[in-house]
Design a protein around this ligand. Structure first.
Ligand code: GLV
Ligand code: GLV
Length: 324
């Protein structure tokens, strides 16, 4: 018999094709670009063996209870897994697939784009040019900060942090430093990055890129205590998860000139309401969580999520399985 599967979103075509052509599953799809309503999700998961989800779905004990004992595999089309209650999954012996590696290059590329847009004030500049602010060429107008001869700090050195550093190096970066729960010697050696304390990271970074996972330990770790130690000329970039940052503290740091600017691809909540104070700041560039959004990468993520799901349902090793 075909395994019953629920897919919580209209995922890119490669993933759906793999599921269709597998001859292994019968899947029901929430065929929309918008998230499935919670009530609908709780109803649709009943009795399924597999669940393919995206990061807007909180997969907690309520969903797992609604699914029942048939559920064997949860496959998320994301590298982040903070929306999954891992202890609850582990307790039930449910295997978990996710999508690292295939998105590393796209996320690193977007992080560099966001960093440059923020440090060289591109959004502000485009706005000025369009709306009459461009009176004449001025010597100090719209000046920003350059990567050349800079120190770049990476908070949480994983695959993505390394890929960002590799792309930034040719801009003339002088030094890479990083923090993590422990030294990541092998990864760090690829970019000659130096392991430092949080304090040093804050004090010495000209650019600080947050690349860590959201966990109870990293929640709110970018707060007043961090920002107050940073250079007034520092540029802060977050492409990990919004809750890693205390947003009130960030607002304070940006509006008081404690730091120079921030570029955020992730916020709390998402979407960030259009009337949020951060949107009023010229020195804050906010993107709507698009770091992995290239056609190629989103298709690869959906394909990997589908392949993880199928392998898990067969009891085989998944291409990318999260160790619980
Ligand atoms: C995106 O944020 C992801 O976790 O894949
Ligand atoms: C800038 O356009 C310059 O000529 O310096």
């Amino acid at each position: 018999a075909l395994a019953r599967v629920y897919v919580t979103r209209r995922v890119p075509p490669d993933g759906l094709r793999i599921l269709r052509q597998s001859g292994q599953v019968q899947f029901e799809l929430w065929d929309s670009d918008d998230p499935v309503p919670r009530k609908e999700l709780l109803k649709r998961v009943e009795g399924v063996e597999g669940l393919l989800c995206v990061l807007t779905e909180k997969i907690d004990s309520e969903v797992l209870e609604a699914a029942g004992p048939n559920l064997k595999v949860v496959s998320t089309m994301s590298v982040g897994y903070d929306h999954l209650s891992l202890p609850e999954l582990k307790k039930r012996g449910i295997r978990v697939g996710y999508t690292p590696d295939v998105l590393t290059d796209a996320v690193a590329e977007l992080t560099v784009a966001l960093l440059l847009a923020t440090s060289r004030r591109l959004i502000e500049a485009v706005e000025e040019a369009k709306t009459g602010g461009w009176g004449t060429w001025r010597t100090m107008w719209l000046c920003g900060y350059e990567l050349n001869q800079s120190t770049v700090g990476i908070m949480g050195l994983g695959r993505i942090g390394v890929a960002i550093a590799e792309r930034l190096k040719p801009f003339g970066v002088k030094r890479f430093i990083y923090t993590d729960v422990a030294p990541r010697t092998e990864l760090a050696s690829k970019i000659q990055a130096e392991y430092v304390t949080m304090d040093e990271l804050a004090r010495e970074s000209d650019f600080l890129a947050v690349c860590c996972a959201l966990t109870p330990e990293t929640q709110g770790i970018c707060n007043h205590s961090l920002f107050s130690k940073m250079k007034k000329t520092a540029v802060f970039i977050n492409t990990s998860r919004g809750p890693v940052v205390n947003q009130e503290d960030l607002y304070e740091a940006l509006s008081s000139g404690q730091i120079a600017a921030a570029g955020l691809d992730v916020t709390t909540p998402e979407p960030l309401p259009p009337d949020h104070p951060l949107f009023k700041l010229k020195n804050c560039v906010i993107l709507p969580h698009i770091a992995s959004a290239s056609y190629t990468t989103r298709n690869s993520m959906s394909a990997l999520a589908a392949n993880n799901l199928l392998a898990g349902l067969k009891g085989e090793p998944m291409p990318k399985e999260l160790k619980l």
